[in-house]
Design a protein around this ligand. Structure first.
Ligand code: SF4
Length: 699
């Protein structure tokens, strides 16, 4: 009889419960966990095929590898040799150039314990804040906006609100493909209550639009114009909650002035939508007692991403639809543990338990707790800044964990130049596929999903425990263990943990008294209850906290939520006669990020097997481009060559390219990020992936 274990899907931030059945011969297969509160037995195509990613070890890194100079090939090494070499190189660079000369670039796929250890290592002992993760590319704009509006990086609601709400506004997201199980819950809610209103704003007609009551096919970059116009209509038509605004918010007067700057007709024109549709959408929102917003990359990956987020959150603050069942602004996390990473401070501007580097009291608390070196005040380099730093020589060494920046980084050829110029590169990785390996001085083989123990937090603040169920191939080790061994080689104390739970307990102790307090939460408690939503402060309680701000007390100094006012200009690179089209990048249903996992599952390759460009028929006709022609997409940064799909599902003037493909057949001409640039949101430092000026020609 196979044994059955409970774990959590390692792909997206939905955080579905998975049952892993394990035979005596070690083979595993998976099914959805019917008792799990998130997915209730369902899994999407990626989740259903998880076992193939574990069972097929043909692409796995099995042994550490080291090279002693840039001109020699890497050779197999023992862990001792690899970590000695790494520690010696890091120590020498730190001694010569200072701690700011080294950096760690990690992943939203890391477990919380791994994030905790790497954060403690660099900020608490090396003395640099140069730790960032690919979550910077994903949702840092939402993080900043939550902090600015609510006083804390907190998703106030929960998935159960989907079944309770009257109206869902999905802004710049395609959950039907990117958060499929959450989408099935929305489909089920709509089937049960056909009067549930679903508003979608997206320049593309996606699968999500199939269920939309209203689809606002906005011109790229106009989200703030749209949200402000909705705000204006709500105000003009008396569909706001004035007692909530008066008693629980601040900043309303300036907001009112800001949204009155444009007429609704003008806003509709700028957004490229019918005024009647805009008015209808605002009417639906205004008449709904319970109103939710869901969003992801369409708002976040923008040079004005924080303001886009705030303009959406503002709609909740003027309608008082927050802290109540069926209500609230809900940022959908892309990765499985982006939230867990932030809980332990795993970004260049954070400290554990959502403390801020810029706050002297926070630095003092963490420094005393860790007992290491002085924690520096200034934020470290963020994701793109690290690769720019390598390129210009201010950063000398980088340690890349579980992510493939040579597909996912904007202006990826700049990132390549950075790695080429680096003095020392460590790649800690599961797969032998990532392009980063070509630049690695040291390769450290890491354990994968089911091969290591730890916790993750999904998009609704739900912490899950993931057991170790299988043995890593070769000499691969859990990421946290690799980092702890390295820290000990560096002579740092406080990294001799006996097991993962000791790391987790240390992290939990640091949350005491904060808004994300999980002090009494143990591995046993999580295992017993399957999952728990933070904060969790009552020892032995069966549940955590489903909703926050139910008392309308926000985490700002005044206790009031802040309504922010700002203009609506898009600051993206403008289109020009040479580059007249807007390129937006995104995901497809069956692939995940840079395909190091999904790319080895045949079933997942069948849905869409090769990269493509979506283009509007009008733009194609203007260029004499026919369906399936190979086209060249160019801009000042580079080019991409793919087949074209002519479709009116993209707005005229917009082209869409999936972001998953890196090098195909030895060349990099399918790589979308050859064309994206490193323009950043000034607050969140999130890149402007969704708006690059390009030209398309028949190849
Ligand atoms: Fe995994 Fe996300 Fe699919 Fe759920 S929706 S099975 S978490 S990929």
């Amino acid at each position: 009889m196979p044994e059955t274990f409970k774990t959590t899907c390692c792909y997206c931030g939905v955080g579905c419960g998975v049952l892993v059945h394990k035979q005596q011969n070690g083979k595993i297969w998976v099914e959805g966990d019917k008792d799990h509160p998130v997915n209730k037995g369902m899994l999407c195509s990626k989740g259903m095929n998880l076992h193939y990613t574990v069972m097929d070890t043909s692409d796995r890194l099995l042994y550490p590898e080291v090279r002693y100079n840039k001109y020699s090939p890497r050779q197999r090494a023992t862990w001792e040799e690899a970590l000695n070499r790494t520690a010696a190189a890091f120590a020498a660079i730190i001694q010569r150039f200072g701690p700011e000369a080294v950096a760690f670039y990690a992943s939203g796929q890391c477990l919380t314990e791994e994030y905790y250890v790497v954060n403690k290592l660099i900020k608490g002992f090396i003395g640099s804040n140069n730790l960032d993760t690919n979550s910077r590319l994903c949702m840092s704009s939402a993080v900043a906006a939550y902090k600015l509006a609510l006083g804390e990086d907190i998703v106030p609601g929960c998935y159960d609100d989907i079944e309770l709400t009257d109206c869902i506004f999905i802004a710049g997201a395609n959950p039907a493909w990117c958060h499929p199980i959450l989408w099935r819950r929305i489909e089920a809610a709509k089937a049960a209550r056909p009067d549930l209103v679903i508003i979608v704003s997206d320049p593309r007609v996606t699968q999500t639009c199939a269920l939309a009551t209203v689809h606002l096919q906005v011109t790229p970059g106009t989200d703030i114009v749209l949200h402000h116009a909705i705000g204006r209509l709500l105000l003009e038509q008396g569909m706001t909650d004035f007692s909530f605004i008066r008693d629980h918010t601040e900043g309303f007067d300036a907001y009112q002035k800001a949204v009155m700057q444009r007429s609704v007709a003008e806003a509709a024109l700028i957004c490229g939508i019918a005024e009647a549709d805009l008015i209808q959408a605002a009417g639906y929102i205004g008449r709904s007692e319970r109103f939710m917003t869901l969003w992801t990359m369409g708002l976040n990956q923008s040079a004005i991403g924080v303001h886009k987020n705030l303009s959406l959150i503002n709609l909740h603050l003027i309608t008082g639809t927050i802290g109540k069942p069926g209500c609230g602004p809900f940022s959908l996390t892309g990765q499985p543990n982006a939230m867990g990473g932030r809980e332990v401070g795993g970004l260049a501007n954070l400290l554990p338990a959502h403390r801020d580097l810029g706050n002297p009291q926070h630095r003092k608390e963490v420094q005393e707790f860790w007992g290491g070196t002085t924690i520096e005040e200034n934020p470290g380099l963020t994701a793109t800044q690290m690769f720019e730093g390598l390129r210009n020589g201010t950063l000398k060494a980088i340690w890349i964990m579980g992510t493939n920046p040579l597909v996912s980084m904007p202006d990826v050829r700049m990132a390549e130049e950075g790695l080429r110029n680096a003095r020392f590169v460590v790649v800690q990785e599961v797969s032998n596929k990532p392009e980063t390996l070509a630049y690695a001085d040291v390769v450290l083989p890491a354990a994968a999903w089911t091969e290591k123990e730890g916790t993750m937090t999904n998009a609704e603040r739900r912490i899950s425990y993931l057991p170790r169920l299988t043995t890593p191939p070769g000499e691969a080790l859990p990421d946290a263990e690799i980092l702890c061994r390295f820290a000990q080689k560096m002579g740092y104390h406080g990294f001799d943990y006996k097991n993962m739970e000791e790391i987790y307990r240390e992290h939990a102790r640091l949350t005491a008294g904060t808004h994300i307090d999980i002090t009494p939460l143990t591995y046993d408690t999580i295992r017993h209850h399957r999952t728990i939503q933070w904060p969790y402060t009552e020892e032995g309680a069966a549940t955590g906290t489903k909703r926050l701000f139910t008392d309308q007390q926000f985490y700002t100094p005044s206790g009031r939520a802040r309504i922010h006012a700002f203009g609506d200009d898009n600051v993206s690179e403008p289109v020009t006669p040479d580059y007249p089209l807007v390129l937006t990048t995104g995901r497809i249903r069956d692939h995940w990020h840079t395909m190091s996992k999904t790319g080895k599952v045949n079933k997942l390759k069948q849905h869409i097997s090769s990269p493509f460009l979506e283009m509007h028929p009008h733009d194609a006709a203007e260029r004499d481009i026919q369906m399936d022609d190979v086209v060249e997409i160019t801009n000042r940064l580079g080019s991409v060559q793919v087949k074209v799909k002519i479709t009116d599902s993209v707005k005229k003037g917009l082209v869409f390219l999936p972001m998953h493909w890196g090098k195909l057949f030895g060349n990099d001409l399918s790589r979308a990020n050859n064309l994206t640039h490193t323009l950043l949101d000034p607050i969140s430092k999130q890149p402007d992936f969704k708006f690059s000026a390009v030209q398309v020609t028949r190849y």
